[in-house]
Design a protein around this ligand. Sequence first.
Ligand SMILES: CC(=O)N[C@H]1[C@@H](OP(=O)(O)OP(=O)(O)OC[C@H]2O[C@@H](n3ccc(=O)[nH]c3=O)[C@H](O)[C@@H]2O)O[C@H](CO)[C@@H](O)[C@@H]1O[C@H](C)C(=O)N[C@@H](C)C(=O)N[C@H](CCC(=O)O)C(=O)O
Ligand SMILES: Nc1ncnc2c1ncn2[C@@H]1O[C@H](COP(=O)(O)OP(=O)(O)OP(=O)(O)O)[C@@H](O)[C@H]1O
Ligand SMILES: N[C@H](CCC[C@H](N)C(=O)O)C(=O)O
Ligand SMILES: [Mg+2]
Length: 486
Amino acid sequence: MKYLSEILEGLAFTELQGSADTEITAVVFDSRKVVPGCLFVAVKGTVVDGHDYIDQAMKDGATVIICEDLPAHTASEVDFLMVANSAIALGIVAANFYDIPSAKLKLVGVTGTNGKTTIATLLYQLFRDLGYKCGLLSTVENQINGKIIPSTHTTPDPVELNRLMDDMVNAGCDYCFMEVSSHAVAQHRIVGLQFAGGIFTNLTHDHLDYHKTFALYLKAKKTFFDELPKSAFALTNLDDKNGNVMLQNTNAHKKTYGLKNMADYKAKILENQFGGLLLQIDSEDVWFKMVGTFNAYNLMAVYAAAMLLEQDKAKVLTILSKLTGAEGRFEYVIAPNKIIGIVDYAHTPDAVQNVLSTIHDIRKGNEKVITVIGCGGDRDKTKRPIMAKVACEWSDKVILTSDNPRTEDPAQIIKDMEEGVDPAFKRFTISITDRREAIKTACHLARPGDIILLAGKGHEKYQEINGVKNHFDDMEELLEQFKTIE
Ligand SMILES: CC(=O)N[C@H]1[C@@H](OP(=O)(O)OP(=O)(O)OC[C@H]2O[C@@H](n3ccc(=O)[nH]c3=O)[C@H](O)[C@@H]2O)O[C@H](CO)[C@@H](O)[C@@H]1O[C@H](C)C(=O)N[C@@H](C)C(=O)N[C@H](CCC(=O)O)C(=O)O
Ligand SMILES: Nc1ncnc2c1ncn2[C@@H]1O[C@H](COP(=O)(O)OP(=O)(O)OP(=O)(O)O)[C@@H](O)[C@H]1O
Ligand SMILES: N[C@H](CCC[C@H](N)C(=O)O)C(=O)O
Ligand SMILES: [Mg+2]
């Protein structure tokens, strides 16, 4: 419960009727979740307009409505507040309702196409091992100091965000590490949060179905950095071609990491093997368990952030060297006959290329690489042929299959992928719609020592077909197949 006047702090609005400083029971933006005495925010969405549900919200007991347009009928006992942008207003009132919990934590956000979950998870694990109580908001799961809360989005909605952070404050957390997706920035989900730092990983092809152009996708990521406060750090990957662009308009404390350029926090790769990475950091050589060049970047982002948060360098490197990161990111198992199976969440052209080039860098000899890959339905269609092309260029055999078809026809998604397969590669490519069958076939085709990559679903425990989520787990499927191998 909170007084309306407290919830409206910092919000520009015009009040049309009613002025009582009533007590508000909840902030709600979905009419289906309205409770008596709540404040309902009508948001224009991508599918429907929340303004169409104002009547329903009033019927169900909402006492204050925030909206951009006034509905035809307004009940006199309901308070109407007009704002220029309801999504922005939602961020502000959600933060106020929970007493701005982000200001009571050291909140670090990670943005970029790939690497967000890995970096946020490593930071969470590192800071817990350093002795702090921490929270994590990620694609795989949310956590409050060890307590797991299932995650539905990479970045939750403003009410959920502030509620989770309030729970973190109540659990005594010092830090919160969160992923900041481009959808979240564009939809103003992070408005009202007070960040202590922002980290940028890289920007490559993804989500063009939603953002339409690469420039708008970049703008979404950059807005997060532009709006960081002066007290925060803005840490960017200097080796990414958009790394510097991210820093252009920010007032935050600018810092860089990288492997190639003159970054503030710089590493050199000395060894890159299945067993891990040997990095030279500030003239010190350290072995890490994380595998692959892209993880050298992720490790440097984490190391740099820990230094900017004034942690002890020796302790940080000791702990970080032992961490293995998030579930379903370059997770590998070895079959009795030495076939290596890797489960990885690569679901963008760049991630597929990175994971396959890493496999090439670290394989011992001429072992064959068999890639099983699909693309999500109801998501960016333009990345499909490119992902298939990259998979073919970097593999000895490719099995095109289904990822999460969602509401699309799986066969059509595979056809879209096939468009990207160069005729020269066609004889190395097979299409099998059923992912379980595709994995089984890969295991049958593999010879001792060969490497099977299952790309795209990582930690996911389901496959969404026709809007229904069925249990499916790449690692489980792989282990099942490996059991049958002598
Ligand atoms: C395309 C997209 O991002 N949609 C998100 C958006 O919903 P929307 O704009 O489509 O909402 P809508 O259905 O049009 O409804 C508009 C408004 O009417 C309200 N409404 C609707 C129906 C009703 O009966 N009553 C009612 O009040 C809704 O609550 C909403 O406020 O806002 C919702 C609340 O925050 C999100 O749950 C929803 O995520 C959908 C489910 C989704 O799949 N999003 C994905 C693409 C996403 O956000 N992904 C990123 C990660 C991407 C990455 O990996 O980089 C993420 O952060 O998870
Ligand atoms: N720094 C990186 N650069 C490029 N590719 C990476 C990097 N880190 C991880 N990857 C690849 O991208 C995949 C996804 O990694 P991760 O889950 O950390 O990214 P994410 O940004 O959280 O993705 P999402 O937007 O789907 O949540 C990994 O499985 C790996 O293949
Ligand atoms: N967060 C990403 C996840 C993609 C994972 C892949 N398995 C798929 O379903 O496309 C998205 O919503 O685009
Ligand atoms: Mg993620």
